[in-house]
Design a protein around this ligand. Sequence first.
Ligand code: GLN
Length: 547
Amino acid sequence: MARYIFITGGVVSSLGKGLASAALGSLLQARGYSVRLRKLDPYLNVDPGTMSPFEHGEVFVTDDGAETDLDLGHYERFTGVSACKTDSVSSGRIYSDVLEKERRGDYLGKTIQVIPHVTNEIKDFIKIGDEDVDFMLCEIGGTVGDIEALPFFEAIRQFSQDRRGECIFMHLTLLPYISAAGELKTKPTQHSVKELRSIGIAPDILMCRSEYEIPQKEREKLALFCNVRPDAVIPALDLKSIYEAPLAYSREGMDRAVLEAFGITDAPAPDMAKWADVMDRVEHPEGTVKIAIVGKYTQLGDAYKSIAEALTHGGMHNRVKVKVEWINSEVFESEDEITTKLQGFNAILVPGGFGERGTEGKIKAAQYARENDIPYLGICLGMQMAVIEAARNLAGIKDAGSEEFDHEAGEKRFTPIVYHLKEWVEGNRTIQRDAGDDKGGTMRLGAYNATLSKGSRVAEIYGSTAISERHRHRYEVDMTYREAIEATGLKFSGISPDGKLPEIVEIPDHPWYIGVQFHPELKSRPFEPHPLFASFVEAAVKQSRLV
Ligand code: GLN
């Protein structure tokens, strides 16, 4: 049975708890242990799929089709362990399950209470699959003191009593620097730990985010006031790159402190070669490429977190630094600014998205890339844009568009080259949806296989004609137009195994022009860059040498 590490946060949010958890997971792996990471989110939304990327950042999709928090992306990128449905839960989901059981009569008429009914539901969730790993790392979202999070804190407190000696608590806080006093302040951390202890949780390890080195005196003070061992006060200073976290935190003794807290004294030393190589590539690039991401949610980098990371991984693979610029596609719609805005980029990426706003600009970006031989990667909506562009400008279907935009506008304006997907095959089942099923839970989600054409560029990039990639979409390019569109030079080089759904398009007669209906960025890792991103960045490098 697994040992448990519960990770909580205090003082302020956005301290990088997800990253610290992910880094700890990778450090335990480096010592030969198996890990699984799990996120318990206090918000009341039943799933994060319906939350705006403006508010909550990207929705990360797992192989088994769960729409989860972007922290699961960190977990996967650092540990390489594919997350699944049971690795993410919100208060909303827990309550909804409890209420459903109540409706079914499972509680036999008892009064339903937070303790024990909600907390039991949480404890049952935490335990799923714990016989398969050495360490289960559970991160509690938000900060201690949040009202919504209380049942989670109570549940992990109870859990640590049920499994004495098998659970530890790590608390991440901030030491603010007060310049007038020239000091790092420990008081907010002391208060935060006091708050934790008032609900029965005593942290074993303190991770302290700080902009400056933490003097020994402050470490000792924190240890004394917060009742932890001095070497369990781990400084977490700002990093040059997130990928430095495993090396930096290990140097500060994070993994050692965790093992000591469990009383493990015979752990092998960590093998950090993989991370040293990753950091070497980050720190010593041999060139720079500039890539434009033309999308809608450009104000918030987190909305396309996995894409940004996958491009970085592609850069590591090619030993170049990838400079990404986010361009709001709406700027192209009013004025004809494309050339000035897109000039100077070595490649263009149009990411996924929902709704019509900004799409005319994305179509123009696809056209610009096609006509000017600029490497183009279209992801999900970005693939649909490339197909609409070819249909309109090359196949003569002037009013080509997506049913998504007509549905949104409530009127029929386009020839639906991209249509609402109502039926598809999942394993040996056929999934059917109504046109009316519009919100959460109606998408084609998770891993699906695709068959690539022999001799296509994508088959060469993947080194295979059979792939599996993660999906999150409701609309699909219509096969009926295949012939007309292929005649323009845009080939359907990847199709679902049943031959019904286009998965990849490419222009063989272009330096690099590929659109994919899935999200390759979700499976890219720093030590194992996704082949499409590695190849895309390589194409950008080649393009940069031409100019
Ligand atoms: N809105 C499009 C669809 O539902 C694309 C989705 C996406 O880019 N993730 O098909």
